[in-house]
Design a protein around this ligand. Structure first.
Ligand SMILES: [Mn+2]
Length: 258
């Protein structure tokens, strides 16, 4: 059965203050990426216990067919459920690859699904949290695709399709995205600072944390800080393996670990 709440409408818009969070994004977990998967389990076991909140800002999975296919991700669900069982707050945002993550998945993990662009108090400041693809505004084709896949009616129609059909759709979307990456300029693949700035201002935020671009760094946009979470790929080989996270240090500042 398809979820009756479209994933686009399923995320919480209110997030309680974060005491000592660790942020991850863009792990692109999939059976085809076994080393990345192992690193995720290690991270859950050895790093997450040091923090009070685990905040996953999108693309935890390389693709997500719908919460009714949750069995394919049972070990990941188990690791997240364990973290919440020992008192960690787990917050999950959808990315462009796992835009179909819904409330059933979050509930199975003891996690909270959060909407795009939520704010949360942290370190005495206001954070704006999002996957970040909405700010890649130079890529108009991508934005059209994004609007389609985040349309609640489109989502419910897609979730009503048989799994085999959804696998085909996911494969073609992935092929399209790989193809688009070949032709898009590097500027097109990045967020547009002024759009991040506007969103931060509209939300009254001091610090923006996002993923998606795979360009881990911290930037200053006038009085606003923009922090980009590292992506993970331990299956790239030939010296290109990488992973990382953003952590809070003593609840006072952020640090990128890679
Ligand atoms: Mn992404």
């Amino acid at each position: 059965m398809a979820d009756t709440i479209a994933p686009a409408l399923a995320g919480e818009k209110e997030v309680a203050p974060l005491a000592n969070p660790v942020f991850i994004a863009d792990l692109h977990l999939a059976p085809e990426h076994p080393k990345t998967l192992m690193q995720f389990f290690r991270f859950m076991k050895t790093q997450v216990p040091y923090y009070s909140e685990l905040v996953i800002l999108g693309d935890l999975f390389d693709y997500w067919l719908g919460d009714d296919a949750i069995d394919t991700a049972a070990p990941v669900v188990k690791a997240l459920a364990y973290a919440s069982s020992i008192g960690k707050r787990v917050l999950i945002a959808q990315g462009n690859r796992d835009v179909m993550l819904g409330r059933d998945f979050a509930a199975a993990c003891g996690a909270t699904l959060i909407a795009p662009e939520v704010t949360a108090e942290c370190m005495g400041k206001k954070f704006l949290l999002s996957h970040g693809d909405e700010w890649c505004t130079k890529d108009t084709e991508y934005q059209k695709f994004r609007a389609m896949t985040r349309d609640p009616d489109w989502q419910l129609a897609a979730l009503a399709l048989p799994i085999e059909k959804r696998i085909e759709l996911a494969k073609s979307a992935r092929a399209k995205s790989i193809e688009a990456k070949k032709t898009a300029s590097s500027v097109m693949m990045d967020v547009v600072d002024v759009d991040v700035y506007k969103a931060a201002k509209a939300a009254g935020a001091d610090i923006v944390v996002h993923g998606h671009t795979h360009r881990p760094a911290s930037h200053e946009l006038a009085e606003i800080e923009r922090w980009v979470i590292p992506d993970w790929d331990l299956d790239a080989g030939s010296g290109k393996d990488h992973w990382g996270y953003i952590r809070t240090v003593n609840g006072q500042r952020l640090q990128i670990i890679m």
